[in-house]
Design a binder for this molecule. Structure first.
Ligand SMILES: N[C@@H](CCC(=O)N[C@@H](CS)C(=O)NCC(=O)O)C(=O)O
Length: 253
């Protein structure tokens, strides 16, 4: 079995899939796309992933897109070190959490990410170049147009941070209910892997203080970072602060 992962080092969705590969100790080849240069919007890539986003998996020629779908696919074709519970009820609970995570923290984290990290690059573009880039995005056109070259307004930032806060509270309630240390109990599942990059991103933006009063989340975060799969997933160049050193300062301001 040969796996080729089209992804980007700093992409949160890619980090989910890299963690699953590393957790399973499955070798995979990486094709690294430069998202700011628009590699994900080139015609050859759009043939693989018409959404124009990463990640995309090529498994012996079979193309699988969307990070949560890829993660579940990997658990099916390579069931060693499974991240999916055996029990159908627990599995359903995991999937419901994954839907919640995609809708809440994974979506919300894009607002501080774009405002704090990417906006300066977009501000350097001419209006015409920015509009052409935004219009060319199949999935994120409206998101880019709403952000524009002035960034999301403060009300939008506040709403995103409130959604993230509610997500940590939901995680906290899940851990309390399951007995932890993971969201669904004693075993790590795809729900933990799916939410991990949002918290790593917020930590990278200097906003880990948002969950400092939730000791179960503090412990969960330490626990996932201590996993053997974590370091190879977050290899050098995977954090935005490595590429944009101004970030921590700005987030703390
Ligand atoms: N639902 C998709 C979302 C993928 C996604 O949004 N990928 C981002 C990086 S995390 C991307 O490729 N963005 C490029 C762009 O917006 O042009 C998944 O989970 O794979």
């Amino acid at each position: 079995m040969a796996f080729k992962l089209y992804n980007a080092p700093q992409s949160t969705c890619s980090q989910r899939v890299r963690f699953v590969f590393n957790g399973k100790k499955i070798p995979f080849d990486e094709v690294k796309l430069n998202l700011l240069e628009g590699d994900q919007l080139k015609p050859d890539y759009l043939k693989l992933n018409p959404n124009g986003v990463v990640p995309t998996l090529d498994h012996d020629g079979a193309i699988v897109i969307d990070s949560t779908v890829i993660a579940e696919y990997l658990d099916e074709v390579a069931p060693q070190t499974s991240f999916t519970p055996e029990d159908p009820v627990a599995r359903a609970r995991m999937r419901a959490l994954m839907h919640f995570i995609d809708e809440m923290p994974a979506a919300a984290v894009r607002v501080p990410t774009f405002n704090l990290a990417f906006l300066p690059s977009f501000q350097k573009m001419s209006r015409a170049a920015f509009m052409a880039m935004a219009e060319s995005k199949p999935l994120r056109r409206e998101f880019m147009l709403t952000m524009g070259q002035t960034g999301f307004p403060q009300a939008e930032m506040d709403a995103a941070l409130a959604r993230l806060r509610r997500s940590y509270e939901r995680m906290d309630a899940e851990i309390e209910r399951s007995g932890g240390p993971w969201l669904l109990g004693k075993d790590i599942t795809l729900a933990d892997v799916t939410v991990m990059p949002a918290l790593v991103r917020m930590d990278d933006l200097g906003m880990a203080g948002q969950w400092a009063d939730l000791p179960r989340i503090v412990a969960w975060f330490d626990h996932i970072r201590a996993q053997a799969a974590f370091q190879p997933t977050y290899y050098p160049g995977s954090l935005l602060s490595e590429r944009f050193p101004h970030l921590r300062e700005k987030a703390g301001a």
